[in-house]
Design a protein around this ligand. Structure first.
Ligand code: DC
Length: 244
């Protein structure tokens, strides 16, 4: 079974998707991390990612996406895989920097990169029950996913969550200036992700839309787990009827 969780940056996808996977005993795949890993490698290679991208830069990022192995690993004590490797190098921390935030948009807008990563994502999802999070999982990667969820939240709430998360990660306190920077970045990425030509961020027509503004993570996780239980129930019933 595939559970597709799509939505804009900061809507709570990662936190929710990991908990749902853990609760159901499913694998977890963060497809954004794959785009980030490719972008990070492109920056390391010294590519100029300012738009429009030069043909030579496009060619190189497509080669990276098609040929550099992206792998996931488990951090000690973590029930789902969230460590990210590209070409065998652990880039879990590097792909979350503001530099990677900036580099990932042009990289993820390229059809060649999307095709290469979509194909890897399909292979991973076909191998076992998976909760997959991204922007286009329910629309492009797995249009037949048994359950599709589209998570939303106001841009202000999303920026606030991310500012708190970053401060906790860096051991600093919440800063208004940092919040404003993140809010501007989230709005920029929302525009970018929704207006790009290939696989723009959009809710699949058959997705369940959940607004996480002002609600608890636990409530959202429980809603998805319940929906998954209903879908699984329907599937088993269908299989039983087929066997009768
Ligand atoms: O979810 P995230 O913020 O880590 O995603 C990083 C970038 O990758 C974001 O700008 C959108 C893009 N992305 C995408 O285009 N398609 C996906 N399936 C996942 C992420």
């Amino acid at each position: 079974m595939i559970i597709a969780i799509d939505g804009p940056a900061g809507s709570g996808k990662s936190t929710v998707a990991k908990l749902v996977a853990q609760r159901l005993g499913f694998a977890y795949l963060d497809t954004g991390a794959m785009y980030r890993a490719v972008a990070w490698r492109a920056v390391q290679d010294g590519l100029d990612l300012s738009e429009p991208l030069a043909a030579s830069a496009l060619e190189r990022i497509r080669v990276i996406a098609a040929e550099e192995a992206i792998d996931f690993g488990y951090l000690p004590g973590e029930p789902v895989a969230s460590q990210v490797f590209i070409g065998g190098q652990d880039v879990s921390v590097q792909i979350r920097t503001p530099e990677a935030d900036r580099a990932v948009s042009p990289v993820s807008a390229d059809p060649g990169v999307r095709q290469a990563l979509t194909s890897q994502q399909r292979n991973i999802g076909r191998s076992r029950d998976t909760v997959m999070e991204g922007r286009d999982i329910g629309t492009v990667v797995f249009p037949d996913a048994e359950l599709k969820v589209f998570l939303t939240a106001s841009a202000e709430e999303r920026a606030q969550r991310r500012a708190i998360q970053n401060a906790a990660r860096q051991g600093t306190s919440f800063s208004e200036q940092e919040y404003e920077r993140i809010l501007a970045d989230i709005q920029r990425r929302d525009n970018y992700d929704s207006s790009r030509e290939v696989a723009p961020l959009a809710a699949a027509t058959d997705s369940v839309e959940l607004d996480t503004t002002g609600t608890t993570i636990e409530r959202v996780v429980q809603q998805i787990v319940d929906l998954a239980g209903q879908k699984q129930g329907h599937k088993q019933l269908g299989q039983q009827r087929g066997a009768e």
